[in-house]
Design a protein around this ligand. Structure first.
Ligand SMILES: [Zn+2]
Length: 366
């Protein structure tokens, strides 16, 4: 299949005007600035071409921090100025919800993600057993069972083993110790060790509302580590984080929901931190639209913002050669929006809806 668009944004090179992308199976077979003829590679002749016209084709967006369990909590958890109160409200709601409500909530989120151009998602999951009950979705999921124990006990060890056992049945994923204020340091260290040994992601919330225990005590840092928020780290910790190869996920609209001070962009830039973007849950956001997340970063250059939702996230997920860019050999995860001027701005600033999306060579939105 050959997909044509007025602009292709490969993200590892400059924009290609009148670009063509050849998809074979689940991967990208060629990227070109010429008008490729049908019949490329002797195979595409049987598959219809797709001309997106005045559109920008870019790598599918990667939501690097999400809690689909809470999608249906949108608008139900008001911010009353206290983080602890906000968490109590969620916990109270969770206790009232049935399994069916959680399944419906996750399904609703999966649909919204596809509709808004996301193709890969890191999802923190409180109820891994519900995953088998979900409607089929072609989204590339990193399911990450959430772990929290308050204080260490044998039960903590069993929790990690159970999560690891479940994760072995998934194509990809990670372990997600919740946060230093709910999760013991031994659980953190055990989860980090298991994730490292199995080649999984280790993702956790840190320093969201205030300073916490030093990262080094949790034993999580390394290239497979994805830290959500990280708003209140000192310079030495940020340097350590960057040197370890760990990444940070910033959630711009959740950040705004809680009325937080500006994220430490200068500090992150100075140390070359790999910053990704996420929506967080709809208990602190109004939608799962990654483009709305990008629009919220109006003060940063559009290309830099798009990189956070594509190449940077791919690097954090240890898939830099397959994901986050449009390049030969990469997975065919592609999204398009109407061209409204500058191609990067069309993706990052415009509110025109996504007009095409594909995951692993399969069209999910058109
Ligand atoms: Zn979160």
């Amino acid at each position: 299949m050959i997909i044509r668009a007025r602009y292709v944004l490969p993200m590892d090179g400059p924009p290609i005007r009148d670009g063509s992308v050849v998809v074979e199976g689940d991967s990208i077979a060629a990227v070109s600035c010429s008008r490729l003829r049908q019949g490329f590679g002797g195979q595409a002749g049987n598959v219809p071409d797709l001309d997106l016209g005045d559109a920008v084709l870019f790598p599918g967006l990667i939501n690097a921090h999400c809690h689909l369990d809470y999608t249906s909590m949108v608008g139900l958890v008001p911010w009353r100025g206290e983080f602890r109160d906000w968490i109590f409200q969620i916990t109270a709601l969770k206790k009232q919800w049935t399994e069916e409500q959680f399944v419906a909530s996750i399904n609703r989120g999966l649909v919204e993600l596809v509709r808004t151009g996301t193709t890969s998602v890191v999802n923190i999951e409180c109820f891994p057993k519900l995953v088998a009950k979900l409607a089929p979705s072609l989204l590339r999921m990193w399911w990450c069972p959430e772990l929290l124990d308050l204080t260490w006990s044998e039960e903590s060890r069993r929790m990690v083993e159970e999560a690891a056992h479940w994760l072995e049945s998934q194509p990809r994923g990670g372990l997600a110790p919740h946060a230093p204020y709910t999760t013991s340091a031994p659980l953190y260290r055990l989860a980090a060790r298991v994730a490292r040994e199995r080649g999984w992601l280790l993702t956790t919330h840190v320093a969201e509302a205030c300073r916490e225990v030093p990262l080094v005590e949790l034993g999580v840092l390394g290239p497979n580590c994805l830290l959500a928020h990280a708003n209140h780290l000192d310079e030495a910790e940020v340097e350590l984080l960057a040197r370890s190869g760990a990444s940070v996920v910033h959630c711009p609209r959740a950040h705004r929901f809680f009325g937080r001070d500006a994220a430490p962009w200068d500090l992150w830039r100075r140390h070359g931190v790999n910053v990704c973007l996420g929506t967080d849950s709809l208990a602190s956001n109004e939608s799962l639209d990654m483009r709305a997340e990008m629009r919220a970063l109006w003060e940063l250059p559009a290309r830099e913002v798009l990189a956070m939702a594509t190449v940077n996230a791919a690097r954090a997920l240890n898939c830099a050669d397959k994901l986050g860019k449009i390049a030969v050999g990469g997975w065919a995860d592609l999204t398009a929006v109407p061209l409204t001027g500058d191609p990067y701005e069309s993706v990052v600033r415009s509110e025109k809806p996504v007009c095409f999306s594909m995951v692993g060579g399969k069209v999910v939105l058109q």
